[in-house]
Design a protein around this ligand. Structure first.
Ligand SMILES: Nc1nc2c(c(=O)[nH]1)N[C@H]1C(S)=C(S)[C@@H](COP(=O)(O)O)O[C@H]1N2
Ligand SMILES: [Mo]
Length: 421
């Protein structure tokens, strides 16, 4: 057989740390973290209530919607917890994912690349697995940074990418779990953590081709390498979690792009999009502003003063953005259920809420019947005891318990209640 071209030669990869045990340690951590990502990701999709138009305009969702259910309104912190975990754990998993990929790099350069049908199938699964995991992490992290250097819709791409990943992950798990368990049994983590660089020996030769054929002497112990990965992961966790947990930790959240954009007290909490950035003009929100309410057989148009004269209710509710940040505020306003009753729509199954904002994905959202009827679902007029600021949605904005931030439409112009959707 002709000699393999560089870097396909088995002697190219020389780290004495690589081996099935090390790969399995990273794998075991991912085995906890990745299912949490899948679960919180699918739940986040369900939280959008994609069955209600126009919440999800993804073409051909078909079977991928099989598990969807009517998203609850309690506990009020449900979406906050879900999305805080999805984004924070996702970011903290990055060093572990990179370390795991590093540990199996020699496999990428197997030579000859395909030796049997079984191997071809395995390599295709791995290509799908690695491709989709990188795609999901890159798109997810850039979304959490509100940076979209691409032409496709993040929402659709992250969803479809997730299903490719889930399929490849389940297959990979079924194929590799026994190897992982066997490899972990071979060495004790505790014993390994006691070894310094002088005692760091390569793992015994393995049939997987992870252990270097001609290892170099170690430049770091396994303990050092694991410590570096763990410290990076915990460091990222510490710099991210504050945007969801809040309080004094919020100032540590260096990666939260919205965490820094505060208004003035008491409206001083993160703003997703400012009124100026979406072209809301002062004259539209001034004394001439009216809320249009539509039911199937009646319509009303109400001024802000009239809304203020209705029974007001106050609740502490979080705004929890899909990007991971969240904040609890004290909201005051009228119950959405009371508005429904005004147009004879107490039994409505959905309400389409439209903003003064023209166009764009956030200009409108639909709420479910359950969300309409929850007594804590408000059309808020005030927050933390003062009128809403322009940036938080003056003259009126939706605030619904446990709903994703994006459904809390700001600068509301019209609400259309609908029976049976
Ligand atoms: N009209 C309108 N409503 C909107 C948005 C928007 O861009 N336009 N952003 C949404 C998103 S994604 C979030 S997370 C919340 C944030 O509310 P805040 O900016 O008051 O914190 O508002 C939601 N309501
Ligand atoms: Mo958001």
């Amino acid at each position: 057989m002709p000699r393999a071209p560089w870097p396909f030669r088995s002697t190219v990869w020389r780290s004495p740390l690589r081996g099935p045990w090390l790969t399995s340690v990273f794998g075991a951590v991912l085995l906890v973290g990745i299912p949490l990502m899948i679960l919180t990701g699918l739940l986040s999709y369900a939280a959008y209530n994609p069955g209600l138009s126009p919440n999800d305009l993804t073409p051909g969702r078909g079977l991928f919607g099989f598990y969807l259910f009517d998203w609850p309104t309690r506990p009020v912190w449900l979406y906050r917890l879900n999305q805080g975990l999805h984004v924070t754990v996702g970011i903290a998993l990055v060093p572990i994912l990179l370390a795991k990929l590093w540990s199996v790099i020699p496999k990428l350069f197997d030579w000859p690349p395909v030796r049997s049908v079984a191997m071809a199938l395995e390599r295709i699964t791995i290509a799908l697995l690695v491709g989709s995991v990188l795609f999901e992490f890159v798109t997810g992290i850039l979304n959490s940074q509100v940076f979209y250097p691409w032409k496709f819709s993040f929402y659709e791409a992250h969803l479809y990418g997730a299903w490719v990943f889930i399929g490849a992950f389940v297959t990979h798990l079924a194929l590799k779990l026994p190897t992982m368990v066997r490899s972990l049994r071979r060495r004790s983590l505790r014993a390994e953590l006691r070894k310094g660089i002088a005692d760091t020996e390569p793992e015994p030769p393995d049939e997987h081709g992870l252990v270097a054929e001609r290892p170099d002497p170690p430049t770091i112990s396994r303990r050092g390498a694991l410590g570096l990965v763990a410290a990076s992961s915990l460091g990222l966790l510490g710099l991210t979690a504050g945007q969801s947990i809040g309080g004094r930790l919020r100032s540590l959240a260096l990666f939260s792009p919205r965490g820094g954009s505060y208004g003035s007290a008491p409206n001083d909490f993160p703003v997703n999009k400012t009124a100026a950035s979406v072209g809301i003009k002062a004259e539209e929100t001034g004394p001439n502003w009216r809320l249009a309410l539509k039911g199937s057989s009646s319509e009303r148009s109400i001024s802000r003063d009239e809304l203020m004269a209705m029974p007001q209710h106050t609740y502490d509710l979080p705004i929890a953005c899909v990007e991971g940040w969240s904040v609890v505020a004290t909201w005051t306003g009228v119950r959405i259920a009371d508005l429904a009753r005004m147009v004879g729509a107490s039994g409505a199954d959905a309400v389409l809420v439209e903003s003064l904002e023209k166009g764009g994905a956030f200009a409108q959202a639909s709420l479910s019947g359950r969300q309409i009827r929850d007594q804590q679902s408000l059309l808020a007029l005030q927050v933390n005891g003062a009128d809403l600021s322009m940036d938080h949605g003056f003259p009126a904005r939706v605030i619904v318990p446990a709903a994703p931030g994006v459904h809390n439409t700001k600068w509301v112009r019209q609400m259309t209640f609908m029976e049976s959707v």
